[in-house]
Design a protein. Structure first.
Length: 80
Protein backbone atom coordinates (compact mmCIF):
# COMPACT_ATOMS: atom_id res chain seq x y z
CA UNK A 1 0.00 0.00 0.00
CA UNK A 2 1.43 3.39 -0.93
CA UNK A 3 2.01 6.06 1.67
CA UNK A 4 0.48 9.45 0.93
CA UNK A 5 1.96 12.42 2.72
CA UNK A 6 -0.22 15.24 3.96
CA UNK A 7 1.66 17.63 1.70
CA UNK A 8 1.09 15.40 -1.33
CA UNK A 9 -2.61 15.05 -0.56
CA UNK A 10 -3.04 18.80 -0.11
CA UNK A 11 -1.13 19.49 -3.32
CA UNK A 12 -3.34 17.09 -5.26
CA UNK A 13 -6.57 18.43 -3.78
CA UNK A 14 -5.44 22.03 -4.39
CA UNK A 15 -4.92 21.20 -8.04
CA UNK A 16 -8.41 19.70 -8.18
CA UNK A 17 -9.91 22.88 -6.78
CA UNK A 18 -8.05 24.94 -9.34
CA UNK A 19 -9.24 22.58 -12.07
CA UNK A 20 -12.87 22.99 -11.07
CA UNK A 21 -12.47 26.75 -11.23
CA UNK A 22 -10.98 26.70 -14.72
CA UNK A 23 -12.68 23.62 -16.20
CA UNK A 24 -15.64 25.43 -17.83
CA UNK A 25 -13.32 27.64 -19.82
CA UNK A 26 -11.09 24.76 -20.84
CA UNK A 27 -13.74 22.23 -21.85
CA UNK A 28 -15.30 24.45 -24.46
CA UNK A 29 -17.73 26.89 -22.86
CA UNK A 30 -18.08 30.39 -24.27
CA UNK A 31 -17.63 31.76 -20.76
CA UNK A 32 -17.44 30.31 -17.27
CA UNK A 33 -20.86 31.84 -16.45
CA UNK A 34 -22.57 30.08 -19.36
CA UNK A 35 -21.17 26.63 -18.61
CA UNK A 36 -23.14 24.14 -16.56
CA UNK A 37 -21.22 22.77 -13.59
CA UNK A 38 -19.29 19.62 -14.44
CA UNK A 39 -20.90 16.35 -13.42
CA UNK A 40 -18.67 14.25 -11.21
CA UNK A 41 -15.03 14.83 -10.54
CA UNK A 42 -12.78 17.13 -12.52
CA UNK A 43 -9.09 16.34 -12.41
CA UNK A 44 -6.22 18.43 -13.71
CA UNK A 45 -2.54 17.79 -13.70
CA UNK A 46 0.44 19.69 -14.98
CA UNK A 47 2.02 17.57 -17.70
CA UNK A 48 5.00 19.86 -18.28
CA UNK A 49 5.48 22.97 -16.18
CA UNK A 50 8.19 24.35 -18.44
CA UNK A 51 5.83 24.47 -21.43
CA UNK A 52 2.65 25.22 -19.47
CA UNK A 53 0.95 21.98 -20.55
CA UNK A 54 -2.04 21.06 -18.36
CA UNK A 55 -4.36 18.07 -18.81
CA UNK A 56 -7.94 18.50 -17.57
CA UNK A 57 -10.21 15.46 -17.35
CA UNK A 58 -13.98 15.43 -16.80
CA UNK A 59 -15.94 12.23 -17.24
CA UNK A 60 -14.44 10.47 -20.24
CA UNK A 61 -13.12 13.66 -21.81
CA UNK A 62 -9.53 14.90 -21.58
CA UNK A 63 -8.39 18.26 -22.86
CA UNK A 64 -4.75 19.36 -22.91
CA UNK A 65 -4.13 23.09 -22.89
CA UNK A 66 -1.00 25.19 -22.86
CA UNK A 67 -1.25 27.99 -20.35
CA UNK A 68 1.87 29.09 -18.49
CA UNK A 69 -0.15 31.57 -16.42
CA UNK A 70 -2.42 28.74 -15.22
CA UNK A 71 0.60 26.64 -14.23
CA UNK A 72 2.04 29.61 -12.35
CA UNK A 73 -1.29 30.18 -10.57
CA UNK A 74 -1.59 26.54 -9.54
CA UNK A 75 2.01 26.51 -8.31
CA UNK A 76 1.42 29.72 -6.34
CA UNK A 77 -1.65 28.20 -4.63
CA UNK A 78 0.25 25.03 -3.80
CA UNK A 79 3.00 27.03 -2.13
CA UNK A 80 0.38 28.72 0.04
Amino acid sequence: MSQTSRRGFLAASGTGVAAIAIAPAIIGAESADAAPPPEGAVVAYIKDASTGSVAVMAGEREVVVTDKALVATIARHLRG
